[in-house]
Design a protein around this ligand. Structure first.
Ligand SMILES: Cc1ncc(COP(=O)(O)O)c(C=O)c1O
Length: 323
């Protein structure tokens, strides 16, 4: 066995991805040459402001949105918190009930739990054997008091892609806002906020070869939502704090690259995934997460997702847990 055979292999791209060299190159000038505060009124601000607005247009293009509907955050967790707490605060008079799924990321579940402590009620919908939320269950759960449905686009552990468009339709039929946590989906699932009936969408740069600590919340024009971070007037008065200009520029370039050829990317990754599953099934200490023999594969799941557990590990520890 030579040294190359012993190099560790990183297989947890659901937890985070490396940054693409093109992304790093796009960010570099904004650490030094273009260091101005984008909110300033003088010449030094101009290049920074331009970088931020170009990134906003890149994010909007990836989602089928307008640039004015994109607000930069410090990651997916902040975007999720903002969507859920912000809608709850703005809709207090209208209702106090939220519908979500039992398999959301903690960045959604914990804000929901925090709201429960303030008197809101939350329905945590079950999922089927493949992790799928039934849009019919969403409909059944909606009441007169429901203000928000929040169901993720794709799951971070098992990769199930949810029927987002159908869920969005159900929410809108009942006059309820629809938020989706698309943190794991951007770059893997084509997204169009209009076609999918999405009012609010969270994303995170470090899941698609961009920088960590960067993210965005898409807010459909006219959506009633309170601010989460109060302070200065950045992000058109919606999210305070001096912009992370290099990070935002990197996020913009990363989303542009990640959404340029989603189909081709998925094809390549799915081929690698299948090879990995085949290879690991011949390894005596691993049990793969490929569906049991004879079982139908989940119809829609992220191509980059597989998990396995070691037979000799305690049962609650899984090698594939991530993100
Ligand atoms: C589905 C999902 N939502 C939200 C988050 C949180 O994103 P961030 O790490 O940018 O705060 C993650 C990250 O693991 C995630 O997988």
């Amino acid at each position: 066995m030579n040294d190359q055979d012993q190099r560790p292999v990183y297989m947890d791209h659901a937890a985070t991805t490396f940054m693409k060299p093109e992304v790093l190159a796009a960010m570099a000038p904004y650490f030094s040459r273009h260091f101005g505060n984008p909110s300033s009124l003088y010449r030094f601000a101009r290049e920074s402001r331009k970088g931020v607005e170009e990134a906003r247009a890149q994010v909007a293009a990836a989602l089928g949105a307008e640039p004015e509907e994109v607000y930069f955050t410090a990651g997916g967790s902040e975007a999720d918190n903002w969507a859920i707490k912000g809608v709850a605060a703005a809709a207090k008079k209208k209702g106090d009930h939220i519908v979500t799924s039992a398999i959301e990321h903690h960045a959604v579940l914990h804000p929901c739990e925090a709201l429960e402590k303030q008197g809101f009620s939350v329905t945590y919908l079950p999922v089927d054997e493949y992790g799928r939320v039934d849009p019919g269950d969403v409909e059944d759960a909606i009441t007169e008091r429901t203000i928000l449905v929040s169901v993720m686009t794709a799951n971070n552990e098992i990769g199930t892609i949810q029927p987002v468009a159908a869920i969005g339709r159900v929410a809108h039929d009942h006059g309820v806002l629809f938020h989706t946590d698309a943190v794991q989906a951007v770059g893997a699932v084509p997204i169009d906020v209009d076609d999918m009936g999405i009012d609010l969408l969270s994303l995170s740069g470090h899941k698609f070869y961009g920088p960590k600590g960067t993210g965005a919340l898409y807010i459909r024009r006219g959506t009633r939502i309170e601010n989460l971070v109060h302070g200065g007037g950045q992000e058109r008065g919606r999210r305070a704090g001096t912009e992370n200009v290099p990070g935002i520029v990197g996020l913009g370039r990363a989303i542009e690259l990640a959404t340029a050829d989603i189909e081709g990317h998925n094809r390549r990754i799915a081929a690698m995934r299948d090879r990995l599953i085949r290879g690991s099934s011949s390894c005596s200490t691993l049990t793969g997460s490929a569906p049991p023999q004879g079982a139908p594969a989940p119809r829609r799941r992220l191509s980059r997702r597989t998990s396995s557990s070691r037979r000799d590990f305690p049962t609650r520890r899984r090698t594939g847990r991530s993100g």
